[in-house]
Design a protein around this ligand. Structure first.
Ligand code: CA
Length: 226
């Protein structure tokens, strides 16, 4: 497994590189946003750890650029204490998870494991392609298009969509979705599910306020109907 670490604090780079190596990961580092972006575009990584406050180009811009270029690698953002707005924006721009500094290395590894588990590149989908309305999905390549235009989904949004489609017709509670899609119960709350459902609707539904496919079942949760 290959990890890209984009971080400008020399001490943290040293500690994390060391710990990641000892866990058997192959690690490449970049100390500013521009260098991180070009590495992420030129090589394949299984995971990107991306600091928000970086010289030359901040982590949020790097994240947005990567998703715009259809790089679906899971991204774990590192934010400084109190950067709440950055977390929300980061997730909206296509990051998959975030961790607030200072953090315990064991917490970092829990997040890394969860992200690698739910990466679309490693998941075994029971179906290859799926269509609904004017949306088409290629599960093998993790490509989603609406009216033939590629749509940027985070790895997590993709996994959620995939789960709903594979279990279409069934109603899923928010807790069930957290268990199945997020896969660990450290941080996310049921509100997280609502937020990601809302983003999927924004990106895929013709009228997100009156969703045709990703439906709310009041008092129970969500279901996908095609
Ligand atoms: Ca920094």
């Amino acid at each position: 497994m290959k990890i890209l670490l984009v971080e400008d604090e020399a001490g943290l780079i040293l500690t994390l590189t060391d710990r990641l190596h000892s866990e058997g990961f192959d690690v490449k580092t970049a100390a500013d946003g521009e260098a991180g972006l070009s590495l992420a575009l030129s090589e394949n990584f299984d995971l990107i750890i991306l600091d928000v406050m970086l010289p030359r180009k901040n982590g949020l811009d790097v994240c947005r650029d990567l998703r715009q270029k259809a790089i679906a690698t899971p991204i774990l953002m590192l934010t400084a204490k109190g950067e709440t707005i950055d977390k929300v924006i980061g997730l909206k721009l296509g990051a998959d998870d975030y961790l607030t500094k200072p953090f315990e290395v064991i917490e970092l590894f829990a997040r890394i494991e969860a992200l690698l588990r739910r990466s679309p590149n490693t998941s075994q989908s029971s179906i290859d392609t799926f269509r609904f309305g004017d949306v088409s999905i290629d599960f093998r390549r993790a490509v989603v298009k609406k009216e033939n235009v590629p749509i940027e989904l985070s790895a997590l949004e993709f996994k959620l969509l995939q789960y709903l489609i594979e279990h279409r017709g069934s109603v899923h509670s928010r807790n069930k979705l957290l268990d199945e899609v997020w896969g660990y119960d450290a941080m996310p709350t049921t509100r997280t599910v609502d937020v990601h459902i809302a983003w999927l609707r924004q990106k895929l539904e013709d009228n997100p306020k009156h969703p045709q496919f990703i439906q709310t079942v009041h008092g129970f949760g969500y279901k996908f109907t095609a």
